[in-house]
Design a protein around this ligand. Structure first.
Ligand SMILES: [Zn+2]
Length: 151
């Protein structure tokens, strides 16, 4: 289970729409607990893949800065996300091949408006929990939104 506050999900969709038709990429910081991954912060990263409309590669220096910011804030890496501007909400062969972290990989399908998470490279779906810690409409504490590192 990946617990994703609604404010973070909204920020993820904003990022995906902003970068379209290129794929967006980013990281989630938070805590790993017995009941799953709890995302608390979102770190948009620059996609430096040569064919960014079909694949993603997080700028390594920006990714390292995001990991450092997490560590300094007492957070761990709890997820990675990227978008598929033309769908589907399903990992591609490349996504499986390049997966290097044992955290949920979120895929935002912009065409279908569907967000799903997977454990890669295996491909098992990771259920998304949208509460607690939801947006203002739920009276929860919105996730901290961290501005993307600049390259
Ligand atoms: Zn992909």
């Amino acid at each position: 289970m990946l617990h994703l506050p609604r404010a973070l999900e909204a920020a993820l969709w904003d990022h995906a729409r902003r970068d379209a038709p290129r794929e967006c990429v980013g990281a989630l910081g938070g805590h790993v607990r017995k009941d799953g991954f709890h995302a608390l912060a979102l770190y948009p990263l620059p996609n430096v893949a040569p064919r960014a409309e079909q694949e993603y590669l997080a700028a390594p220096d920006a990714f390292v800065r995001a990991l450092k910011a997490m560590r300094e804030g007492g957070l761990d890496l709890v997820g990675l996300y990227h978008s598929h501007p033309r769908g589907p909400a399903w990992p591609s062969d490349t996504d499986r091949r390049l997966a290097a972290y044992p955290v949920p990989h979120l895929i935002a399908d912009l065409r279908g408006g569907v967000l799903r998470a997977f454990s890669l490279p295996g491909g098992q779906e990771v259920p998304l929990g949208r509460a607690p810690g939801g947006g203002p409409d739920r009276g929860g504490t919105p996730g901290r939104l961290v501005p993307g590192p600049r390259i």
